[in-house]
Ligand binder design. Structure first.
Ligand code: SAH
Length: 460
């Protein structure tokens, strides 16, 4: 949807800006696969047109209401409708158009991309007034994110799985890029950035030289941000049948086209290993319940690292359990596993009724709230779930409890757990209060980016 100019020209009182046309900025050269990221290099030829909005010179000014600028001075990148007094534009603007953010007295704050229709009006990408918002800036951010991963994990191999770029924390709100060996999955979580899809994909190809790129859209995100992308392979080819990656020394089959998240829950990589090592130390020979098991990540790691002797995996998704069965076979653990397709609350009730007990319970539910309004309701859900898990746990057992709802703070989650321990009468000792793996960094100015809590506990 294109919006006509709403009020006076943005030139009125606006500071002078450099005009930059797409394609004129130097971007890093495509490195050979597995060579890691580079930070600079010769210019590439201009890109073919294809995106609806243009980058470069701002098309509009977003004027804040009085006293609403502080979060943006602190570099929070989300400007909601409620903070906006008016939008000024000399000509048309559309979702994806570049806009400057200014205070009500006209002071320049930051530069971002507009959403013409969503509540989240402006996504901010630059706090340097001299720096145009163009493909050169995107290329730099992508290269910087990739370079950090290379320093953290080394040059990627054909079986590595890691998050190469994570939205706000890597300076590109609305873009998440995961690597599965020589393939990438890309999630657009911002309509204005999705409007520049072709540019972003070109830059990712230039940076990573992948064999294929998949688009995956997170549930609920398409509607919230009015993103109309079709999931699937958008560049190159799909991986071959039986494609697998490595994590914690084990091989995991992934389905990039239909698997959940972008294929694997990469954020839990280190937590799976830490939880498995805790089980091996605290409850060796454990009988494990892996609730919300997806492709078997926690339970199978516990079997492989010697802590568990049996795993009961529960998930509501049949295709997830298909992956779990396959992974168990890959690891030679099939005989130690039982997989139950069902809803967690119902399965827990049945287990409680039948007197079944476990030495370790993993509880890793999907996000339970996406809005502030439903946080209290979600906390009740977490309470009920964790209470049932505790009731199924043998004395001295290990509880691994997770929460991936960004709107529920670590403090609130801890309070919920204290309530559960008191109600069930099972004092808990928290041994490790963990977050996501380091390829999923968080941004201090965006508390919502610290979404994953994974607490390793022992229950009396
Ligand atoms: N622990 C997993 C990731 C879990 S993601 C790992 O380490 O990879 C959450 C999982 O919960 C998904 O696989 C989803 O299919 C499952 N799920 C969603 N709702 C559910 C429900 N009501 N009962 C059981 N499983 C559910």
């Amino acid at each position: 949807m294109t919006h006509p100019a709403s009020t006076s020209s943005s030139a009125d009182g606006a500071p002078s800006r450099r005009v930059v046309v797409i394609g004129e900025e130097p971007v890093p050269p495509p490195p050979p696969f597995a060579a890691g990221a580079t930070d600079s290099g010769p210019a590439r030829p201009p890109l073919p047109a294809g995106d609806p909005a243009t980058l470069g010179e701002p098309a509009a000014r977003v004027v804040l209401k009085p006293r609403r600028a502080q979060p943006f001075h602190f570099r929070h990148p989300w400007v909601f409708d409620g903070a906006v007094q008016r939008i000024e534009a000399a000509g048309d603007f559309t979702t994806g158009s570049v806009a400057d953010l200014v205070t009500d007295s006209g002071e320049w704050v930051a530069r971002g991309l507009l959403h013409a229709d969503a509540n989240l009006k402006l996504r901010l990408y630059s706090w340097d007034q001299e720096r145009p918002l163009d493909r050169g800036l995107f290329a730099e951010r992508i290269a910087s994110a990739a370079s950090l991963r290379t320093r953290l994990f080394g040059a990627p191999t054909a079986t590595d799985a890691r998050r190469e770029l994570f939205s706000e924390a890597d300076g590109l709100t609305g873009l998440t890029v995961d690597r599965y060996g020589e393939y990438l999955t890309v999630q657009f979580t911002a309509g204005p950035l999705a409007a520049h899809q072709e540019t972003v994909l070109d830059l990712l190809e230039a940076q990573f030289s992948p064999k294929g790129i998949f688009i995956r859209t997170e549930k609920g995100m398409g509607e919230a941000e009015a993103i109309h992308l079709t999931d699937g392979v958008v560049r190159g080819e799909a991986p071959p049948e039986g494609f697998a990656v490595e994590e914690n020394g084990l091989s995991w089959g992934v389905d990039l086209a239909a698997g959940q998240k972008t294929g694997l829950y990469l954020d839990q990589r280190d937590n799976r290993r830490a939880a498995a090592d805790l089980v091996a130390a605290a409850t060796p020979g454990a009988k494990v319940l892996d609730l919300f098991c997806y492709s078997g990540g926690f339970g199978l790691t516990m079997l492989a690292r010697g802590g568990a002797t049996s795993v009961r995996g529960v998930d509501a998704s049949e295709s997830a359990l298909g992956l779990a069965v396959m992974n168990a076979a890959r690891h030679g653990s099939a005989d130690a596993c039982t997989w139950t397709n069902g809803k967690a609350f119902e399965v827990l009730d049945a287990m409680k009724a039948s007197g079944e007990r476990f030495d370790a319970v993993v509880c890793d539910p999907p996000k339970m709230t996406r809005t502030r309004k439903s946080v209290e309701n979600a906390l009740r859900g977490y309470h009920q779930l964790n209470a049932s898990c505790l009731e199924l746990l043998n004395p001295g057992g290990v509880l691994v409890t997770c929460c991936c709802s960004g709107l529920i703070s670590r403090e609130k989650f801890g309070q919920m757990l204290a309530g559960v321990a008191a109600r069930v009468g099972r004092p808990l000792r928290i041994l490790e209060n963990r977050g996501a793996a380091p390829d999923h960094p968080t941004a201090p100015q965006v508390p919502e980016s610290e979404y994953l809590k994974c607490l390793l506990c022992v229950a009396d």
